[in-house]
Design a protein around this ligand. Structure first.
Ligand code: ADP
Ligand code: MG
Length: 243
């Protein structure tokens, strides 16, 4: 489903991704952990070309974008195959919960208002926000806003959803409701790549855990392996610090 090959990214002289190889299968939930600054967000942002890689290739289904010979059309289809859920929700402040979800359906898919509304309302039910359809983001809690963000990400039916620390801006008591929505998606066979510091959640939801440090994938495996029997010192050190 997703295939990343020898991905490199630099900001000026700072090399942030130093040759990432990663494959994610359809329906798989892959969690990325690692210290701050290790390149996790940059990796997600390179996948949908919010950042332009310096070298390497990204392939989602039949769309392949090679950094050395990319074109706009392929980048556009790559973006269409992905959706991103951000740390700070990034909702449209002047749109209701429902409008936030239907916007892309109207603009990108040229659906009629009724068609978009039907899908939007279904998604609101799925994230437990049926009653909030006409609420503006400022009147919603952080957890509710993030659930709208997740519904919005699902609206275009992407091949893969990328989550960048979806709960790290939330008050502790609101983290659970968002993680529960993501867990439910996992049960529904949605393909996801999730950056998180929630180790309990990672353990529960991940098919595979990836530990990143200093621009490299240091090790990966099933949660049990990574959390109870990490092989690399850097992974051990990171987990000792965080748990
Ligand atoms: P993580 O998400 O693992 O905390 P990031 O991918 O955000 O790490 O950042 C990796 C490194 O790249 C950090 O040193 C960060 O300061 C740097 N970086 C990220 N984005 C930019 C940018 N737009 N311009 C310059 N440096 C950046
Ligand atoms: Mg980050």
């Amino acid at each position: 489903m997703l295939k990343i090959k020898n991905l490199h990214k630099s900001f000026e002289n700072l090399e942030v991704l130093k040759g990432i190889d990663l494959e994610v299968n359809k329906g798989e939930v892959v969690v990325i952990i690692g210290p701050s600054g290790s390149g996790k967000s940059t990796l997600l942002r390179c996948i949908n070309h919010l950042e332009t890689p310096k070298k390497g290739a990204i392939q989602i289904s039949s769309t392949k974008v090679d950094a050395e010979k990319s074109n706009k059309k392929d980048i556009q289809s790559l973006r269409r195959e992905t959706a991103m859920v951000f740390q700070n929700y990034n909702l449209f402040k002047n749109k209701t919960a429902l409008e936030n979800i239907t916007e892309a359906l109207l603009v990108v898919k040229n659906m009629t208002k009724d068609e978009a509304k039907e899908i939007g309302e279904k998604l609101l039910v799925q994230v437990g926000l049926k009653d909030k359809r006409n609420s503006y983001p400022s009147t919603l809690s952080g957890g509710q806003q993030q659930r709208v963000g997740i519904a919005r990400a699902m609206a275009l039916n992407p091949q893969i959803i990328l989550f960048d620390e979806p709960t790290s801006a939330l008050d502790p008591e609101l983290v659970g409701e968002v993680l529960n929505v993501i867990k439910e998606l996992a049960l529904n066979n949605i393909t996801m790549l999730i950056v998180t510091h929630e180790m309990g959640f990672a353990r529960e939801v991940a098919d595979r855990v990836i530990f990143m440090d200093e621009g490299y994938i240091v090790e990966q495996g099933i949660p049990e392996e990574i959390f109870t029997n990490p092989k690399h010192d850097r992974t051990k050190k990171f987990l000792n610090k965080i748990v």
